[in-house]
Design a protein around this ligand. Sequence first.
Ligand code: AMP
Ligand code: DBH
Length: 536
Amino acid sequence: MGDYYPADFAARYRAAGYWTDETFARFLPDAAARFGDAEALVGTDHAGERVRLSYRDLDAAAARTATTLREAGIVAGDRVIVQFPNITDYVTALFGVFRLGAVPVFALPAHRRSEISHFAEVSGAKAYLTVGVHARFDHRQLAREVVRQHPLTVLVADPDPQEFTALAPGREPTGPADPDPEDLAFLQLSGGTTGMSKLIPRTHADYLYSVRESAAICGLGPDTRMLVVLPAAHNFPMSSPGILGVLHAGGTVVLGPDPSPSAAFALIESEQITATALVPPLAMLWLRSRPLIDADLSSLQVLQVGGAKFPEEAARRVRDELGCSLQQVFGMAEGLVNYTRADDPEELVLTSQGRPISPDDEVRVVDDGGAPVPEGEPGHLLTRGPYTIRGYLGGVDAESFDTEGFYRTGDIVRRLPTGHLVVEGRAKDQINRGGEKIAAEEVENHLVAHPDVVDAALIAVPDSLLGERSCAVVLATDPPTAAGLREFLTARGVAAYKVPDRFEFVAEYPTTGVGKISRRELRRRLGDALAIADES
Ligand code: AMP
Ligand code: DBH
């Protein structure tokens, strides 16, 4: 049994019925037994072919993919990096891995050498599953670079896997493994607050509890048709309630490879989509584009928005302009997920980020010294509960967890008398670029590797579309150009979304009392500079 939770808490969560014997190895076999010929998955495959799979088909495809993985040497407990765009091969590969009792490590399509190598190193991964060319980027080349340092078995969903193994269904099915429900099911990624993304160990029992409850809270059932346009491996579209919630409830998942309004609106109409999930910048783009695109969106009942704060002004436009209701979702891959409920008063849906899934989600809102703040006052959000981790992979981390096991989310929230949370900001050093989280320190580390860079500070600057963009404030002897630094970061294998949107060169930094760079002061100065630039 895994030691992911203290024994007394585990016993409590089991006794409450939150944790059951369900595992991801048997997820699809069970769903196939319950939903058989109902449509489970619609999308395109790696070859761009339209695919429609029933629950039975999907389970059979995963069972045969598991055979290919097994023949490539993957066994129960192995860590396997999965990196896919929103294509049907992702789902069959993922459930193939689960079926073997192996442990997926969820990379995003935007990740490059720097990130994939980091995941390989920290997770001790044995294999890497990916595609050929996607969005004009050749993942086989990426794999080639990664395997130079990390001996991974690479399987590629492409007719031309080059020197690697083809990831395709094998001839025979492989039966499901029997992992311990309280053991590690997969490694999810944190947005990364103080460096590279940390790996988040989630167990079958804790995660499936959140999936089942999410599906119930969101009213999912066999009639649900959910469009997934956010990167499918991200925690939000995966589980809140996401792909897993829909497949658990017998509905249909429609994978959309392209979140643009024109592509997504066409799919909503043709596939009679009832629900979808977006980050705020995309939701704002959809709102702006609605009058310009001729499409029937009348099937759409709910738009979920989460990942970053959705401005109230935009929230107020959803019902009239998109013709559906809004659900705000405030979650984190570490655990705690909050939803506004369908029967919440409209004002609460528009102005709060929802309330927790579980009656046993413990929420504390505290001041800088750790003392509780009065209800309704802003403070640091700490949480503990039946699906929130007690530690990252690789041990104790006193910065992220307090002595009682509460996870310090880094978010500043207000708690309303109804239990709903309003996100006011972030204490942690992370930039939220429209839902894509960028760890300041990670990018700074790359920048200071440049021979002419003395020091670098990455800070957020407000942006009307993305919420925040990144600005690198660089201290350099012989200032390189912004273009030169961009090239430098790209050559180091840094994902494009982490390359600073803007560069500023300075001769010195403002510092705090103990001599640390004052990001707050930098932000203020930069804010002033931007305001001046706007006036001129
Ligand atoms: P991650 O560590 O990538 O899982 O990101 C989780 C973080 O995203 C949270 O701690 C929040 O900072 C932010 N976040 C997620 N949903 C929302 C939301 N609805 N409103 C504001 N911030 C959010
Ligand atoms: O941003 C997130 O990580 C997030 C947002 C909404 C999340 O993990 C979730 C819901 O589960």
